[in-house]
Design a protein around this ligand. Structure first.
Ligand SMILES: Nc1ncnc2c1ncn2[C@@H]1O[C@H](COP(=O)(O)OP(=O)(O)OP(=O)(O)O)[C@@H](O)[C@H]1O
Ligand SMILES: [Mg+2]
Length: 440
């Protein structure tokens, strides 16, 4: 089961803040409510102290006049209870604060006695008192409640910001080239991620060692296979001179074909393995247009015999970093593909030109193009797609890709599809050699 750390943290923290906020809010509310009630008792006491100095007519309760909301009433009881129900109820009460029901409503009552024995009552309806207390309690918790959404927003931002290094680490790994097994840097990453990054780095080390072993094995095996296969091809060629029956010649042709294919496979494998092992070579510069011309010359006879117009669309003198063998191998593979897929009467156009700080090599053909479903994997080793043509190993385009990447360039392949024409366009982009380097 997968889950989101960010989601968990956010939900946990928000629930915690809500819980703590509600509990604190309830306590503040209670405290402010009780405080407001006490304050109103003190107000009753103060009013009683003032009214003790004055004598009011009995039986005529008067409003304290403080405000309508408080509902405070002052009542003169005189020196003895009269016949009214209020007087009957209030006279027996002791000096001080009480709660009693008058006219079927609960009242807070303060009874005070003057030195001459006359008594005075200051009273307030409990409902009004509670209303005032509730209102001031609500005002007390209002700023706190208003701060809650803001607090949650800040927490969400902090959580997202804190987890950003993890997302960045994943993006960094995803953006890497498939053969880039360099260690992940620890600098500018949170300490908590260091054990995780260390583990990934150890894993990358192990993968690097395994890959190196595998590449060496392929390089050694193809190197060792080269001599016996060359000998086999020579023997097959020698056999051509011998007298053979018709059937023998047919079988010999099959044998020669097999030997040729195997030699091509071994050569391609060896080329790929060499780039993979990546021997550091001294920095050299090469004329890209020269390499392209050499390849065209090599393939010209082949193109003529297949009735394909092989030539240049645009060619400029371009110098790039990289050795000529490497660049020629890449161009050779592209032209070989283009010629192989171009039908009789078609054309293969090559362009070499500069574009800003880059050199561009483009090979276009008038073949059927690559089925769109194959495009995503066509640069992987041994992939020949769903419409391969003739013999091949499926290593050509992977060699081109490795060459481009080793020289800090890129390669892309697209189909030409417009007004009745089809074809394939491969574009290899390489950085131009620095001017000083090109001079040397
Ligand atoms: N110009 C092209 N037009 C159409 N399909 C192509 C073209 N170039 C490559 N392909 C497709 O891509 C596949 C892979 O090409 P790649 O050069 O890697 O291998 P290959 O040509 O089959 O073998 P190798 O290059 O080792 O002889 C080809 O088999 C073919 O299906
Ligand atoms: Mg090829």
């Amino acid at each position: 089961m997968t889950y989101s750390l960010r989601g968990r943290l956010l939900i946990g923290l928000v629930l915690m803040i809500l819980g703590a906020g509600m509990a604190t809010g309830a306590i503040i509310f209670r405290w402010a409510f009780d405080e407001a009630i006490e304050m109103q008792d003190r107000t009753l006491t103060r009013i009683a102290a003032v009214t003790l100095q004055t004598r009011f007519p009995t039986g005529k309760p008067i409003s304290s006049g403080t405000d309508d909301k408080s509902g405070i009433v002052i009542e003169e009881l005189g020196n003895r209870p009269d016949g009214s129900a209020g007087s009957q109820l209030l006279w027996p009460l002791k000096e001080g604060l009480h709660v009693a029901t008058l006219d079927q409503h609960p009242w807070r009552i303060l009874l005070r006695t003057r030195s001459d024995g006359s008594r005075i009552v200051v009273r307030q309806p409990t409902a009004a008192r509670d209303g005032i207390a509730r209102e001031s309690a609500v005002y007390a918790i209002l700023p706190f409640a208003a701060a809650m959404p803001f607090l949650m927003l800040v927490i969400a931002l902090v959580v997202m910001q804190s987890l950003r290094p993890m997302v960045q680490l994943a993006e960094h790994l995803d953006a890497r080239r498939s053969d880039d097994l360099k260690k992940l840097p620890l600098e500018r990453t949170p300490r908590e991620l260091h054990p995780f990054i260390d583990s990934i780095n150890r894993l990358l080390d192990r993968v690097q060692v395994l890959l190196e072993q595998q590449r060496r094995f392929i390089a050694d095996a193809s190197h060792e296979l080269r001599t016996p296969i060359t000998a086999l091809s020579l023997q097959a060629e020698n056999l051509e001179q011998a007298e053979l029956s018709e059937d023998g010649r047919k079988r010999l042709a099959t044998l020669r074909d097999g030997a040729r294919r195997t030699k091509w496979l071994v050569d391609q494998l060896l080329t790929l393995a060499r780039y993979d092992i990546g021997h550091a070579t001294a920095p050299v510069t090469t004329s890209l247009d020269r390499c392209a011309k050499d390849v065209v010359v090599d393939f010209l006879l082949d193109a003529v015999s297949h009735d394909v117009d092989l030539g240049f669309d645009r060619i400029e003198p371009i110098i790039v970093s990289g050795d000529s063998i490497t660049l020629t191998t890449a161009i050779r593979n592209l032209v070989d593909n283009a010629l192989r897929f171009t039908p009789r009467g078609g054309r293969v156009d090559i362009s070499v030109f500069g574009n800003g700080a880059n050199a561009v090599l483009e090979v276009r053909d008038t073949g059927p193009g690559i089925p769109p479903g194959d495009l995503d994997h066509i640069f992987e080793p041994f992939v020949r797609g769903s419409r391969p043509n003739g013999d091949g190993t499926g290593l050509g385009l992977s060699i081109v890709k490795r060459v481009a990447e080793r020289l800090d360039g890129t390669v892309s392949l697209s189909n030409i599809d417009g007004s009745g024409t089809t074809g394939c366009r491969v574009v290899m982009t390489l950085p131009l050699a620095a001017p000083e380097a090109s001079k040397s």
